[in-house]
Ligand binder design. Structure first.
Ligand code: 0RQ
Length: 488
């Protein structure tokens, strides 16, 4: 049926689980049709909102369209859409920011409410009723299992050779029935290639041939290249002292330009035979796979620029042998991440001198995108890096602060902080030792004396395990709100 006919089947107040992870594999026609219907209902004076659960971020056709018409009551677990962000930060919709590995299990536990409808993009429907997923697996398996009704959006743009790239593990259970996840190597296949659901639940099948978001990447700037160089030197050092094997351990890389620059650096770096165990595979990791530097990569989604997508589709048989796409509860599973000894690399908004990390909030209160998978990897990785340029907004904001205005990852999880200024290895250090090395190595020279002054004065009074001057600890953020800069 048409997307409009499918949208007409949705009741106000529904909870809808949609496919989609980091701009890949989201339904395109249905959410826009639903947004039009909601706009028309609002016009007629009828209240109409739905709650939307996904894998991670989607695109303007889903988050943007539904946010624009004030159609979302609750959104979870991650978004990166400017309109959606604006609605969240002006209090017009709710957003539950969740660890990506938690989402499926919390839905199964019944913690999130009852899922009414699943809307899932698929590449093909087999005669036996199973589906070939598209560029992302995300929480699709869980939505298909839990929802009362299912709408499938078949995307005819994608080649059928995607069939065989996915590994859908149906062995998860809820406590006390849980058993270990039998995944021992990053490229292991432990499930089946297809999704399935009870056919009697399917209420609509919609067709589209629209592309994924396919956001491009900026060529790495100087800061990103410096951050990448610090990380690569450090990894080489860890290999030299015997703490990492020469092919490293499976790499996880967050989203964005800095993450992409680190992977671009690895392309020229000394490591061969690498593997990836990440949540989203972007251009930089595809380059490593193409060049043969990375022998396999596991992810929950493939999110590429248009140029990289052309390469991927043109050489899909090569990539299908080397790339496996999994549900996000497996790509981000704490048990698996810890067993494999993943090296996690994620960007942040700010770090404080003691190593607490804010990945999500600008000046304490405004949501950027969400925690995503950064916590799944930070807590459980063998080694983790948090990276950021030392300043934001043309130097008006220091990304190294006395105290984070919001904490996503605590000092207990953080191992290595990297800015273009340098790298602070915090492993095994006390808070006071950490503070000095973060100030010396990571802070921008314009802010380094201010941080040193704060730390020195904090060491004059009060508790000396994690010295703070409480009345001043957030003064930098407060000043920025009032004057537009953290500078004095
Ligand atoms: O805003 O473009 O308006 O100037 O934040 O910053 O430097 O372009 O970096 O695109 O890599 O994003 C943490 C947001 C970094 C992202 C974050 C402003 C800055 C700019 C973006 P403008 P950059 P990136 C994998 C793992 C959490 C989730 C995660 C993120 C904008 O990486 O969402 O790790 N991470 N997931 O100006 C005020 C500061 C700021 C600041 C930067 N201190 N104060 N604004 N900005 N620092 C993915 C998934 O889980 C799916």
């Amino acid at each position: 049926m048409s997307a409009e006919e499918a949208a007409a089947l949705i009741e106000p107040g529904s909870i809808i689980g949609m496919s989609g992870f980091t701009g890949a594999g989201y339904p395109k026609a249905f959410p826009q049709a639903l947004a039009s219907r909601i706009a028309a209902e609002h016009e007629a004076g009828h209240p109409f909102r739905v709650s939307i659960w996904t894998g991670a971020s989607t695109a303007p056709e889903l988050d943007g369209a539904l946010a624009k018409v004030d159609g979302m009551e609750m959104r979870l677990p991650f978004q990166s859409d400017p309109i959606c962000r604006e609605k969240i930060n002006t209090g017009k919709m709710h957003f539950a920011d969740m660890h990506l590995s938690h989402v499926a299990q919390h839905a199964w536990f019944g913690f999130l409410g009852h899922l009414n409808v699943a809307v899932i993009e698929v590449c093909a429907i087999h005669e036996d009723g199973s589906f070939v997923p598209t560029m992302a697996v995300g929480n699709n398996k869980t939505w298909l299992d839990l929802a009362d009704k299912v709408i499938l959006e078949v995307n005819n743009r994608l080649p059928l050779q995607l069939d065989g790239m996915h590994d859908i593990y149906y062995g998860t259970a809820i406590p006390p029935q849980r058993v270990p996840i039998p995944l021992y190597g990053p490229h292991d296949r432990i499930g089946v290639p297809h999704l399935r659901c009870d056919p009697s639940k399917v209420i609509a099948i919609v067709e589209t041939d629209a592309p994924d978001r396919n956001t491009g990447f900026a060529a790495p700037d100087e800061n990103s290249e410096r951050i990448a160089a610090h990380i690569i030197d450090f990894l080489a050092h860890e290999v030299k002292v015997g703490r990492l094997p020469k092919e490293l351990l499976p790499l996880q890389s967050g989203v964005g330009n800095v993450a992409n620059a680190v992977l671009a650096g690895l392309l020229k770096g000394p490591f061969d035979g690498m593997t990836g165990y990440t949540e989203v595979l972007q251009d930089g990791m595809l380059d490593l796979v193409r060049a043969g530097k990375m022998k396999s990569a596991s992810a929950s989604a493939i999110s590429l620029s248009s140029e990289a997508l052309d390469d991927f589709l043109g050489n899909i048989d090569y990539y299908r042998e080397r790339i496996v796409l999994r549900p996000q509860e497996i790509s981000n599973h704490p048990e698996v991440v810890r067993r494999l000894g993943v090296i996690g690399m994620n960007s942040m908004i700010e770090a404080d001198i003691y190593g607490n990390i804010n990945s999500t909030h600008v000046l304490g209160s405004s949501m950027m995108n969400g925690i995503g998978g950064s916590g799944d990897f930070a807590r459980n990785s063998y080694l983790n890096f948090f990276v950021t340029p030392s300043v934001a907004k043309g130097g008006k904001i220091s990304c190294i602060v006395p105290m984070c205005s919001h904490v996503d990852h605590t000092e207990h999880d953080t191992q290595v902080i990297v800015t273009e200024q340098g790298l602070a290895d915090l492993r095994g250090l006390s808070p006071r030792q950490r503070a000095q090395i973060v100030i010396d190595r990571c802070a921008h020279p314009d802010y380094r004396p201010m941080l040193q002054d704060y730390f020195d004065r904090a060491r004059q009074s009060g508790g000396q395990h994690t010295p703070h001057i409480l009345g001043e600890a957030l003064a930098w953020h407060d000043r920025c709100l009032k004057t537009g800069t953290m500078r004095l």
